[in-house]
Design a protein around this ligand. Structure first.
Ligand code: ZN
Length: 222
């Protein structure tokens, strides 16, 4: 994948591997569908299918991790934009940062967050929508920000008013958001594996799930 990094740490490359293979993450729902060797429900007692998406975005077992990363992301976003963007724009981007790890119709093109596969919401479009509605007509120039949200077909070429926000600031913001997204994904997955392992080491008194096959048609496609 083509990411806007010049420095790569070993943890980054480990996480990059994680999400490039994310269609193969072996959550209970995935294992149930593929191998039939486990019930599809969340390991941590939730009344939900344990899909990849569920683990990363919804399962309360990881909400403390999500919250901690979200706070860090918001702090970094605020200090990055301090004095670098018009007030209204800064507010919009700070609100977006708060919701980066959640499903949100105003932020994500198809409502659902995709942070855990390294995809960002269309940042440039958020900014250009703002400047169109609040500042008026923009000059028809493009600053060529690169494909910082690779894989996201919803990204429009940025057309930024230079008095509002510098393209390099927006680009830096995208890097920060992306880095936090993959860090959080890596952290949740590591924690998931650790906890799932310790659960399976204990003899379980779970009821038998033979009858579940009857309901296989209810399973979501991931
Ligand atoms: Zn759960």
């Amino acid at each position: 994948p083509d990411f806007p990094y010049t420095r790569a740490s070993s943890s980054f490359s480990a996480v990059a591997q994680l999400y490039t293979r994310s269609s193969q993450l072996d959550t209970a729902e995935v294992r149930h569908r593929r191998f039939r060797d486990t019930p599809p429900w969340c390991h941590f007692g939730c009344d939900a299918f344990e899909s990849v998406r569920y683990i990363f975005t919804r399962c309360p077992a990881f909400s403390a991790i999500r919250r901690a990363h979200s706070i860090q992301l918001c702090d970094e976003t605020s200090s990055l934009l301090e004095g670098k963007a018009a007030d209204h724009l800064r507010e919009v981007l700070e609100r977006a940062a708060q919701r980066l790890f959640s499903d949100d119709a105003g932020l994500w093109p198809q409502y659902r967050t995709r942070f855990y596969v390294g995809v960002l919401p269309p940042l440039a479009r958020i900014v250009s929508n703002m400047t169109e509605t609040e500042v008026g007509v923009l000059p028809p120039q493009s600053h060529g920000m690169g494909n910082f949200a690779s894989g996201n077909a919803g990204v429009l070429p940025p057309q930024l008013d230079s008095t509002t926000m510098e393209p390099k600031v927006l680009s830096r913001l995208a890097q920060v958001w992306h880095m936090h997204s993959i860090r959080l994904a890596g952290r949740i997955w590591g924690e998931y594996k650790r906890r799932a392992r310790s659960l399976s080491a204990v003899p379980s008194d779970i009821v038998t799930y033979k009858s579940l096959d009857t309901y296989a048609y209810l399973l979501p496609d991931v």
